[in-house]
Design a protein around this ligand. Structure first.
Ligand code: ZN
Length: 352
C-alpha cells in the first residue's frame, strides 16, 4: 500500500519524473509530478544475483506497464532519478562496494539506466534521496535544512540544506548511521565492521540484540512467551509487547531512544538543522501509536537535556511522513531539480 495518495494524470503538474529506488531486495519505481505528487508506483524484486543489467531491463518493463496504465508513454517523462545504496561514486555514476548488492560492485549503473530508459538520469544515495523527499514534500518541507535518520535493519542518514543533498567530496557524506557515539572498550560492533557507531545501538538489529541480552540475564518479560522457533524475536514483537506494557520491551526501546537522542545532538551541533526527522520501518507505530509517541518524547527529552539551549528549544524532532515512498519521490525530486537547473539556471528552487 502506498503511504502517499496519488494524483491522476489529468490533474498532474508537468513535467513528470520517474523515481527509481534500488534496495537489496526490492526496487520501487514511481511517476512523480512537478509538485512531488506520485501518479503511480510499482515494486519489482531486485534479484540481486542476476546482476544489474537484468534488474534495469525488468524495471524498464515495469515502467512501461505503469505508464500504459496511466495512458502515458516515456515521452511524457522528463528525466529519471536513480537512488541506490552506497558505497558509490556519484560523479562517475558507478557503484563501489554496496554490501547488499555484492554482484553489482563497480557497475556503471547511472549510464546503464540512462541508456535503457532513453532519459537523462541523476544518481543519488538512497538515504539522501529519502531525505530530499521528506524535505520536498514530507515532514521536512517547512524547514530550510533537515537531517533524516532512517531506522531499519541498519540506520541510514540524509542531510539536505536548501536544495543541496550533502553527498560529500567522496560520495560518503551524510552517513549519519556511522557517527561514533561510544568509544569505550565495550562499544558494540557496527554492521560496517567498526565499533561504537550509531547504527550498532539504534537499528532494529541492535534492538533485537540488546533485548535478547536483557532476556538472557533472566529478567521477566511477556516476550518470553512470544518467542518460539517459528516466531523469533523481532523489533515488531518488541514493539507489540511494549504496547501491552511489558517493562523490559519498553526499557530496550527507551535505551535505544537515549542513544538516538545523543546521536541527534551530535548531528545538531554539526549542522544546526531546522529538524531531525526519524524515518524507516522501525518507528514503533509512529505518532498514531502510544509506544511511538513515548519513544519520540523520550528522544526529544534527551535532545533537550544535552543540546545547546537554543537548538534544544528550537530544533524539531519528528517522525517522517512519506514512509517507504520517500526514496522514489526524493529521487524523482533530485531529477526534477537537475532538469529545472538546466532549463532555468538562474531560478533554482525546490518550491519552498
Ligand atoms: Zn558503522
Amino acid at each position: 500500500m502506498p503511504s502517499v495518495s496519488h494524483v491522476s494524470p489529468a490533474f498532474a503538474q508537468r513535467p513528470l519524473f520517474l523515481g527509481f529506488d534500488v534496495g537489496g531486495t526490492g526496487i520501487k519505481l514511481g511517476v512523480v509530478d512537478d509538485l512531488g505528487r506520485p501518479l503511480a508506483q510499482t515494486r519489482i524484486a531486485t534479484l540481486e544475483e542476476q546482476g544489474p543489467q537484468s534488474a534495469v531491463a525488468r524495471a524498464r518493463s515495469a515502467m512501461n506497464q505503469m505508464l500504459a496504465e496511466l495512458g502515458l508513454t516515456t515521452v511524457d517523462l522528463a528525466a529519471v532519478g536513480l537512488a541506490t545504496p552506497g558505497t558509490m561514486d556519484i560523479p562517475k555514476g558507478i557503484f563501489l562496494q554496496p554490501h547488499n548488492l555484492p554482484h553489482w560492485h563497480y557497475f556503471p549503473i547511472r549510464d546503464c539506466v540512462a541508456e535503457a530508459f532513453g532519459l537523462p538520469t541523476t544518481f543519488a544515495n538512497d538515504a539522501n534521496a529519502a531525505a530530499y523527499g521528506e524535505s520536498w514534500v514530507g515532514s521536512g518541507q517547512k524547514f530550510h535544512s533537515i537531517v533524516l535518520l532512517t531506522l531499519g535493519t541498519g540506520v541510514g542518514g540524509g542531510i539536505i540544506i536548501g536544495d543541496l543533498s550533502v553527498d560529500g567530496e567522496n560520495s560518503h557524506g551524510s552517513e549519519c548511521g556511522h557517527i561514533i557515539i561510544d568509544s569505550s572498550p565495550a562499544a558494540r560492533m557496527c554492521g560496517c565492521g567498526q565499533p561504537g557507531h550509531l547504527e550498532a545501538y539504534c537499528s532494529a538489529t541492535a534492538l533485537v540484540k540488546r533485548t535478547s541480552e536483557l532476556l538472557a540475564s533472566g529478567r521477566a518479560s511477556s516476550l518470553s512467551k512470544r518467542i518460539t522457533a517459528q516466531s523469533p524475536l523481532t523489533a515488531k514483537l518488541i514493539d507489540e509487547e511494549a504496547d501491552q506494557g511489558d517493562a523490559l520491551a519498553i526499557e530496550a526501546i527507551f535505551e535505544l531512544g537515549t542513544w538516538l537522542g545523543l546521536g541527534c545532538v551530535s548531528l545538531m551541533h554539526c549542522i544546526d538543522p531546522g529538524a531531525v526527522i526519524l524515518g524507516g520501518a522501525m518507528n514503533f507505530g509512529g505518532a498514531d501509536d502510544p509506544t511511538g509517541r513515548r519513544f519520540l518524547e523520550h528522544v526529544r527529552g534527551v535532545v533537550r537535556k544535552h543540546a545547546f539551549p537554543i537548538p534544544a528549544q528550537r530544533t524539531v524532532i519528528d517522525f517522517a511522513s512519506l514512509g517507504g515512498d520517500a526514496g522514489f519521490i526524493g529521487a524523482a525530486g533530485i531529477a526534477r531539480l537537475e532538469f529545472h537547473r538546466k532549463q532555468h539556471p538562474a531560478r533554482v528552487s525546490n518550491a519552498k
